[in-house]
Write a protein that binds this ligand. Sequence first.
Ligand code: ZN
Length: 262
Amino acid sequence: MLKLWALLLAALVMTPPAAAQSAGAPDPALVDDLVAANRILYDQGVVDGFGHVSTRHDRDAKRFLLARSMAPGLVTKDDILEFDLDGNAVDPRGRTLYLERFIHSEIYKAHPEVMAIVHSHSPSVIPFGVTAVALKPLYHMSAFLGSGAPVFEIREAGGDATDMLIRTPALGAALARSLGRAAVMLMRGHGNVVVADSLKLVVFRAIYTEINARLETEAVVLGQGKITFLNDEEAAAATATNNQVIGRAWELWKQKVAGGGK
Ligand SMILES: [Zn+2]
């Protein structure tokens, strides 16, 4: 009997695990842009039923915004959730979460300068992750590729029998370490991750990563393997110029997908 009372008392004083504190409502314009980013990336052929885009919360650098697990082309404001840097949804509202949300949480944790992330399986990029051919900037629009995109080999972090997904914080942390200062990293046999210091810029980079991959594949054939890429100086100068004018492309892409997601 005494034991029963002790158990009841223990149950009463046990507090549930503390839910992460919300940073508060994000800027509605940022949420609007995140919804647009999801739809633009689908419209431009970077994501399909899979892939995701996130942005750091405007009120707290230790929080980020990402949709619930769903096709990016269908995301609305109501699907956007707040996450902490361990990949926990602050208030999941019973929603299913992306298995690979640790790509986002661990990159934001390791790289304070990163404000937005795209993860996709954009098709033209895949061959560059599984061959010795480096993805490098073929023209000025993809100058952010710099001296070439690094490749993440999941076997080094997760062994020989993963399902290729970044489904744990440990795999996310390994990915974040491999990224270094690069804007784009390829994931062997899987896809790629793109980072930037703004949502608009990360969308721009994800789109031109796919286009550069397509053009490089054509140039390899046309040039019988010989290609003149941008050098480091040209890449740096063109990146600085592009960063000033991405608004022009963003307005065009956003207008094309307007009407959905409200
Ligand atoms: Zn993936």
